[in-house]
Design a protein around this ligand. Structure first.
Ligand code: TXA
Ligand code: MG
Length: 312
């Protein structure tokens, strides 16, 4: 059910949960300080309790109230990239951020989204936790209809149309005096070089040690359809292909187009919509054209598709 910004904010202030557009994907919002509303988010999404939430705020100065320490470089990153698709993890002032939001960690993640409706909601309703507005494990929602498919047609959604980026924010954590990427996202690693003086490294979950980003442990972005992501095995025939609009595929294949193979922004924007389209059409198996570069935003696209295929 589509709701107005006034209605959305009124519901949030009353302890409700509302889907809100951001520039990356739709978020499932609740007031950060309302632990019952936050617990409802975990239930609605069927989200593991060990997976912490990102706190969204209307501007960088809000973070001071909740951060124990502001790490080196934070101000510069916030100044350059906020509002925008960047999440920064900082040590938490524990009594200011409910344990359930942090999933018991000593840190808390923050982001200022670059979407007018989201910013308006944050200004009117205060800090909001917002995980992606999909059932846990499914592709994120980039359109209001996606939220309604996952959470029901009566679920309140603030309609901001299709999201611009289509993939989630890049998450940075400050550790041993450097920022590192704990989740790839809409901002590629090299976007930070000029401002940090180095390209942040990408940290991967290591077997046997606690992951820096708990969400990386869980199944993600996956449609029901089986995705075949073996680059070497371009099929002679197959029923369904997830591919590019500027390429040709074997005759008889039905092609779902991610966009042009030269335009990673377009491909990222369409990715979850196409993964969801496979299930809407009842597709059992699709071959994914993975023949694309491995730099910049393509790195994120590659990681998302492999996760969706349960291949990493
Ligand atoms: O673009 C986005 O970031 C979207 C929109 C709605 O803002 N939100 C989003 O939230 O992707 P979610 O909950 O789907 O993913 C948040 C990720 C999870 O993998 C979680 O483990 C990680 O952020 N995270 C949150 N707080 C953390 C913390 N304190 N330390 C490490 N990882 C954290
Ligand atoms: Mg998510």
């Amino acid at each position: 059910m589509r709701v107005s910004i006034q209605d959305a904010c009124a519901q949030l202030k009353r302890g409700g949960v509302v889907a809100i557009p951001t520039e990356t994907v739709y978020g499932l919002a609740a007031a950060m300080s309302d632990t019952r509303a936050v617990e409802r988010i975990f239930m609605l999404k069927n989200r593991p309790q060990e997976n912490p939430l990102i706190v969204h705020v209307s501007n960088a100065s809000c973070v001071e109230e909740y951060a124990e320490v502001i790490p080196n470089g934070f101000d510069r990153l916030a100044q350059v990239f906020w509002p925008g698709p960047l999440t920064l993890i900082v040590p938490a002032k524990k009594n200011a951020v409910p344990t359930v939001v942090r999933a018991g960690l000593d840190t808390v993640a923050f982001r200022v989204p670059n979407q007018p409706l989201a910013l308006q909601a944050l200004t009117l309703a205060g800090p909001l936790v917002m995980p992606s507005a999909n059932l846990s494990g499914k592709p994120s929602a980039t359109r209001p209809e996606h939220v309604e498919t996952d959470l029901g047609s009566d679920f309140p959604v603030l309609d901001g149309g299709e999201t611009v980026c289509g993939v989630e924010s890049t998450i940075l954590l400050h550790r041993e005096s450097r920022w590192e990427i704990v989740r790839l996202g809409a901002l590629p690693a090299d976007a930070f070089e000029h401002f940090l003086g180095y390209i942040p490294s990408v940290s991967h979950a290591k077997k046997g040690s606690a992951p820096l980003c708990p969400g990386q442990m869980f199944r993600h972005y996956a449609p029901m359809a089986k995705l075949v992501v073996d680059e070497g095995s371009r099929p002679e025939t197959c029923e369904w292909v997830v591919g590019f609009s500027d390429r040709t595929y074997p005759k008889g294949c039905q092609v779902l187009c991610l966009g042009q193979s030269t335009n990673p922004n377009e491909v990222a924007k369409n990715l979850y919509k196409i993964l969801r389209a496979l299930d809407e059409r009842g597709v059992a198996e699709a071959w994914v054209d993975m023949d694309f570069p491995s730099a910049g935003l393509w790195t994120t696209i590659n990681e998302r598709i492999r996760k969706a295929a349960c291949n990493i």
